[in-house]
Design a protein around this ligand. Structure first.
Ligand code: GUN
Length: 283
């Protein structure tokens, strides 16, 4: 069997068209959704990420400003900048790109962002809202994975979902989102014994470890949905995920590719969250 692809680029295009329409409706009322992206230092990967985020906003009819600062920026100065953005009515979403230089306490900076503008969904208030099922902002990557499942009309009720990875940004919120849709959820991590025995039971597997070949064909139940959050390089320097795509696509029912899967969805959900922040602020 060959799995069907869940195309993150195509789904992103569709969702971004909806964002552009909703942004147009706000604009007609004199409101332009605005995102501020704060980058401290010159991490090359971060520079690429933030450029893509700012460009995607502009393409979607959102106002977006990039604020680059040198790696020597003090924590106090960064906190003061976040405070100013919290109080700027033209800015509805604030994203401080991670990682931050070692002398800055990233968690402290995240907690300084107003929860109403926390479009990354990293604030403890956002995490708490997700935990108890209240409105807030969902972290973009797991939110994008949920949209991918929704796009194939996958009913999670009663299904066994196995999440590999327990990060605050992906694994943990992913598990809560799946739970909210009534899946039975197992979270696996580096200390998990016999991962294969668990993944073989899974109707849905989300691989979010950051390591190649974490999930191979022998670990997948025939017909399962496989979502690959990984972003790695193979020996030839080519982008690849956590899943052995060539092998797993012969067993799975659905699979997301890398590139062109979860990656574009992460940026798209940032646009969705920013738009949502502007809509909430306007009512
Ligand atoms: N660094 C890598 N991914 C992300 C992300 O989604 N948000 C932020 N703020 N920093 C990141």
């Amino acid at each position: 069997m060959t799995a069907q692809l869940i195309d993150g680029n195509a789904l992103s295009r569709q969702l971004r068209e909806e964002v552009a329409l909703r942004a147009g409706a706000l604009r007609a009322r004199g409101i332009v959704p605005g995102l501020a992206v704060v980058l401290v230092g010159d991490n090359p990967a971060s520079q690429v990420y933030v450029r893509n985020k700012v460009k995607a906003c502009q393409d979607g009819g959102l106002h977006s400003v990039l604020e680059p600062y040198p790696a020597t920026l003090s924590e106090a100065d960064l906190l003061a900048r976040v405070d100013a953005l919290n109080n700027d009515p033209a800015i509805h979403g604030i994203l401080v790109q991670l990682p931050l230089p070692a002398h800055i306490d990233a968690q402290k900076v995240i907690e300084a962002i107003s929860p109403e503008k926390d479009v990354d969904g990293f604030h403890v208030a956002s995490a708490g809202a997700l935990m108890v099922g209240q409105p807030g902002f969902w972290p973009c990557t797991p939110y994008g994975c949920m949209k991918m499942l929704e796009s194939i009309n996958y009913d999670l009720k009663g299904k066994h979902a196995v999440v590999i990875g327990r990060s605050n940004i992906v694994g943990k919120p992913m598990a809560l989102m799946l739970l909210q849709k009534n899946a039975t959820v197992t979270i696996c991590h580096s200390g998990t014994q016999n991962l294969k025995a668990l993944t073989l039971q899974a109707d849905v597997v989300v691989a979010a470890v950051g390591k190649r070949n974490v999930l191979t064909a022998d670990m997948v139940k025939p017909g399962a949905v496989v979502i690959d959050v990984g972003m790695n390089r193979n020996d030839e320097g080519k982008l690849c995920g956590d899943v052995d795509f060539a092998g797993v696509k012969e067993v799975a029912g659905w699979i997301t590719p890398v590139p062109g899967g979860v990656g574009p969805m992460t940026i798209t959900m940032l646009l969705v969250n920013t738009l949502e922040a502007a809509e909430r602020a306007s009512t």
